[in-house]
Design a protein around this ligand. Structure first.
Ligand code: CA
Ligand code: CA
Length: 184
């Protein structure tokens, strides 16, 4: 995945028009002018931001038993993928570009107060990249084997009762702000 590298959000004090309540809080992002020509264009300023292919997947099963009880846990995870997470765009609700005039009077996409190039949020891909690694507890089973003597009283050779649950727990990367990355 390729896009602009972002170096921070435009401070809200430069976004001066309170009548624009949609997009007001999300503002724009400064982006890195990679080749230093004072302009921002995809041809010269895009960098590789990440890959949506994980470095590896893994799984771990474990079974334990204690007296008449048995447990089994099944973990699964994925490491090293990035996602372009658009959810924050909706949460922060942005319709980029409309506030530009408040900090870019001459409209050259260079912020007037600090001379940094910027882009609207929706184009500032770097700010949307998140680590999609996760660990999931896919399955948990707790079983209890009724001892053969008791089972025999009710006419069975053996019996085991169990409860099982699936997809109980997820651990996401700390900068990840959305739902199950596996869906993406
Ligand atoms: Ca450039
Ligand atoms: Ca300007």
């Amino acid at each position: 995945m390729w896009g602009y590298q972002t170096i921070g959000q435009v401070e809200s004090k430069y976004i001066k028009d309170p009548s624009q309540n949609i997009g007001f809080s999300s503002s724009e992002y400064y982006v890195v002018d990679q080749n230093g020509d004072g302009k921002i264009d995809p041809e010269h300023d895009y960098v590789k931001l990440g890959s949506n292919t994980p470095d590896f997947y893994w799984g771990l099963n474990s079974k334990m038993s204690f007296k008449d009880f048995d447990f089994s846990l099944q973990f699964q995870g994925s490491q090293g993928a990035e996602v372009y997470n658009i959810d924050p765009i909706y949460w922060q609700s942005e319709f980029g570009g409309r506030l530009k005039a408040s900090f870019d009077v001459d409209n050259d996409r260079i912020a007037d107060h600090n001379k940094l190039p910027f882009q609207e949020t929706r184009n500032a891909a770097g700010a949307m990249m998140q680590d999609a690694s996760y660990i999931a507890l896919r399955n948990f089973t707790l079983g209890y084997s009724i001892n053969p003597k008791t089972a025999g009283k009710i006419g069975l050779a053996s019996a085991r009762v169990y409860v099982a649950a699936t997809n109980l727990w997820y651990k996401m990367a700390s900068n990840y702000t959305s739902f199950n990355p596996r869906r993406r």
